[in-house]
Design a protein around this ligand. Structure first.
Ligand code: 2AM
Length: 190
């Protein structure tokens, strides 16, 4: 199954983001973007891709230990950015060092469990809110509109393992469905 480790913001913070994204619909060109499905909003920590079933018990144990070793930390949704002309995202502020550490630990847990992981790229916490349908869309006006956005801070207390179910049927524009298959409390979180 296709898996990734993630931090999922709580419902109140996701509702704030939903209000913000509603406002972006008024930015010219918004209809040319494919907005991500709100129930699936997350910060990816480590993307694993297809994982053999037989690796799952060790992977779960190692992710649980990675969570246990990491203390809870504060985070808030913050501003926005883009990757080229393809991806529009909102970022994070607050415990950035801590979220990077948790991402490194999730990545190491997956590698040690035998999951072939991509080469390390600089980890950039982001929550994808839209993807461009064409290479002609300038995402900068959306980033500018997102700049003042500051979400309410929350305490990250959980590391989630999320399954990505890719859409079948080949209908254009269909989105993956995300399903949290397991979650572990961060150390001291209870
Ligand atoms: P993205 O939002 O920037 O596309 C599920 O696909 C999650 O894993 C998404 O948040 C996606 O990031 C992230 N991801 C990271 N690397 C990926 C890869 N090589 N292929 C697909 N998704 C990846």
């Amino acid at each position: 199954m296709r898996l990734f480790a993630a931090v999922v913001p709580p419902p109140a913070q996701l509702a704030e983001l939903a209000d913000e994204v509603d406002r972006l619909a008024h930015v010219p060109g918004a209809d040319r973007l494919r907005w991500t499905a709100r129930p699936g909003w997350h910060f990816t920590l480590a993307f694993m891709g297809e994982v053999d079933e037989e690796l799952l018990p060790d992977l779960r144990a190692r992710l649980g230990r990675a969570a246990h070793r990491t203390a809870p930390f504060p985070l808030r949704l913050h501003g926005g950015g883009h990757f080229g002309r393809a991806v529009l995202w909102t970022g994070a502020a607050g415990g950035l060092d801590e979220v990077r550490l948790l991402a490194e630990r999730a990545d190491a847990a997956a590698r040690r469990a035998g999951v072939p992981m991509d080469e390390h790229r600089a980890y950039h916490p982001h929550l994808t809110i839209a993807r461009s349908r064409s290479s002609h869309t300038d995402l900068r006006p959306f980033v500018t509109a997102l700049t003042p956005f500051e979400g309410t801070r929350w305490q990250v207390t959980e590391l989630a393992l999320v399954r990505s179910n890719l859409p079948g049927g080949g209908t254009p524009g269909q989105q993956p469905r995300y399903e949290t298959v397991d979650a572990w409390p961060l150390g001291g979180a209870g």
